[in-house]
Design a protein around this ligand. Sequence first.
Ligand code: SF4
Length: 1021
Amino acid sequence: MQVSRRHFLKVTAGGLAASSMGVLGFLPSEALAEVRQFRLARAKEIRNTCPYCSVGCGLLMYSLGDGAKNAKAEIIHIEGDPDHPVSRGSLCPKGAGLLDFIHSPNRLKYPEVREAGSSTWKRISWHEAVERIARHIKDDRDANFVTKTAEGVTVNRWLSTAMLTASASSNETGILTQKVMRSLGIVGTDAQARVCHGPTVSALASTFGRGAMTNTWVDIGNADFILIMGGNPAEAHPVGFKWAVEAKKRGARIVVVDPRYNRSAAVADEYLPIRAGSDIVFLGGVINWLVANDKIQWEYVRAYTNAAYIVKEGYGFEDGLFSGYDAAKGQYDRSSWNYEFEADGTTAKTDPTLQHPRCVWNLMKAHYARYTPELVEDLTGTPKDGFLRVCQHLGSTAVRDRVGTILYALGWTQHTVGAQNIRTMAMIQLLLGNIGMPGGGVNALRGHSNIQGLSDLGLLSTNLPGYLTLPSEKAHPTFADYIAKTAPKAQAPGQLNFWANTPKFFVSLLKWFWGDKATKENDWGYDWLPKWDKMYDVLQVMDLMHNGKVNGFIVQGFNPLTSFPDARKTAADFAKLKYMVVIDPIATETASFWQNHGEFNAVDPASIKTEVFRLPSTCFAEEDGAIVNSSRWLQWHWKGANPPGEAKTDQEILAELFMAVRALYAKEGGTAPEPILNLSWPYKNPLEPTPEELAKELNGRALADIPDPKDPTKFLARKGEQIPNFALLRDDGTTMSACWIFAGCWTQAGNQMARRDNTDAGLGNTPGWAWAWPANRRIIYNRASCDPSGKPWDPKRNLISWNGAAWAGADVPDFKVDSPPADGMNPFIMNPEGVGRLFCTDKLVDGPFPEHYEPMESPLGTNPLHPKVVSSPAVRIFKADRERLGTHDQFPYVGTTYRLTEHFQFWTKSVRLNAIAQPEQFVEIGETLAAEKGIKAGDWVQVSSKRGHIKAKAVVTKRIKALKVAGRTVHQIGIPLHWGWETVAKKGFLSNTLPPAVGDCNTQTPEYKAFLVNVEKIGVA
Ligand code: SF4
């Protein structure tokens, strides 16, 4: 607040003369400087973490209220935590506005219901809300639960109610959600990851073994070259981006490749435009250039990749199709995408000379020979000379002592080829020897504060915590099948093949679900988990809803009406639901989809019969718990104040709902009550499991004494003790852990996630700050930072090394710590081969090598690489959605969506400070197109696709250039995300009205980044 001198004198006119004030040092300027200090001196300081993006900036919150009767704690100030190793006291415009989020007028205070056909909310008690929702759940579950398939396989699933989970809720909320949801049999579930970084997990896991950002925010500062492509971190991750700037200060070059000249480009050394949806052409061109110009880190490639592995006969690629394509099914039979094996059936054959015509190296070389610099220019619209400069920069890191990194986000994931975009870059980084290296890696910049954690906790349709798979009815009808098929055999001699430990993680998980009721005799309660027949991702669930097969939708901390593609169709499908439950701290468009908001939501409430419950939950400042940033750090945060009104924590809400449902089953019986009645619920207050109780379960504990195999007189852990790490987990029922990769986060030594030692152990690594999965390793695959003999490739980048007896250094080795280099164990310990995959065998559905396919709505209408196969042949699209695709003759321009630095998704439109900073919806249009259409800056325009339209102000800009692509001019239109009608800013249209409901082939993440639109001027400025 600004206070003028006159105002100050007025408010202090209680008797002190101005002269005496001056004598006492109370001149207004000095006194004003002290005002905040006085307030904060009486305040309590609480540590927290920014709930928006996954940089995970540290916060200091200050609250007033000393706990006396009638004295209510209230957060009065928030600032950056100067001790935080990543943010170092900085906050971006979103973090700086957090106080306004906590006190937003759009915070929900009381449970409400919108009765069928009503046009208003009605306040109800928590008791009534819980009783009514529990009744809906039980009735729908009893009526529609599937216990067995026609073949007699127990599947115990409930498909007629689906659930979405929150991306900013704590791990503790996430794991309780997992427990409740699976006990009910829900398979139709997703977190925000499905619509953002899903492809990251499948691309990186299929290449390196794990699906997470490889390095850390601070480590970006160690890079010599930074490519920013498929992301705009200066805008979307502003504080994390400071580490790119630090690298630049050290002499690193930064190049941005993006459809728009964006804020990252503004501080880069070079910017190159690109047509949205053509990234694989660019990156495939890089692979071709690196091979042709011998810019390969050969020692690394030979030792640590599958370049020498021989691919089996029958694999091929011709005219845009890989071997095994079934045109009738629109799917591949992937059996030919594998290695040739020795007689033992498990050891893959190799040719270290790289001469074999079917070794990975030669197949890769042939595949990308088509991606010439000329083709890159022709199909992407990027200038050839600029492309060649990027190749040279990247190629300069194919040596021991130079390292490059890539920063990307949703600009790569949100395409039908999302996973393959990322795969291509992962291959490049293997060729350059940049994985496992400080300053290297493939850095997936996660968008939401805890979407990494929610992914880790398996809150996706077919996942379980720790990247275990939910049992499948076809592959895993029995527990024995599950164990046999999820624990792979090593494909090369002497490899760690860490997933061989799956039975230990899985049995410990089942012991967490069902406690003493999970016994060896009943296969640890295996059949109480639901089994899937297909993936029930958001597109699948919405198609079922469209066809009237979903009755209930539980939406926790998610706003699908603003987030799912084709918003009009989504809203119409919501209207087919019998009940919807929305749990959120703020008002969302999803909860009010039935409410008429003029042209922004022109619906007739009377015709919509869905009963909608809106339950107010706490926000970050009002709860304890941990969230996981993009660098896999689990950071604990503390509660600073109570929530407004009657809002409750998600844990209380889930517990009350679950206990009410369980009570109904206990009283009335019903369909398949066992998973519910037998669920382990050991919480001191069953209606309010605490974050501490849940965090300890995430870590896991010994259920019996665990003897030391090396010395039977000793014990690794006594019964009831927290386990120190996942190495102690057992498959005999003597341990439990809710998420094996989190084992180590809360040990007998206490809460490791709350640690605040920011000592730099070397290269900016701060192992004493918070705790990182797995095992507090900060740079994963870090064994690959050393040559095969165990010495760092680059002595300046000495992260870990072999000291003659063990691996040790500034980071925790991501390796078997006592395995000497001579034993030949390789760095990619999660892969059964031990090496990184240039050819990813049968792990992805659309090919072992990335190939360019046009977006489903292509501005070219053809694919010059293979005109008979224009878009991905393996895409999954539902009939109703295919009918809503447009063509380039009707919709000639490419639309692409993105985030602004002042806003976070659809939350900050409820925050005054951010609403002031960016109050109104706009779209960006290049000058050439604007001139053609007679559009001037500030004019109103209508942007339309086959699925609907939005209206917005036009920003006419030099930042988006018309591109020459395949002989024609392609214009692109930039569409920021953030508007809606539940807002303290100006009401706006839902930008996701425009994109089609079609997803990445592997993960179904929708194609928000390249679709077809038209634009028309509808009003003047
Ligand atoms: S939004 Fe991201 S960069 Fe901004 S303060 Fe929050 S965590 Fe930091």
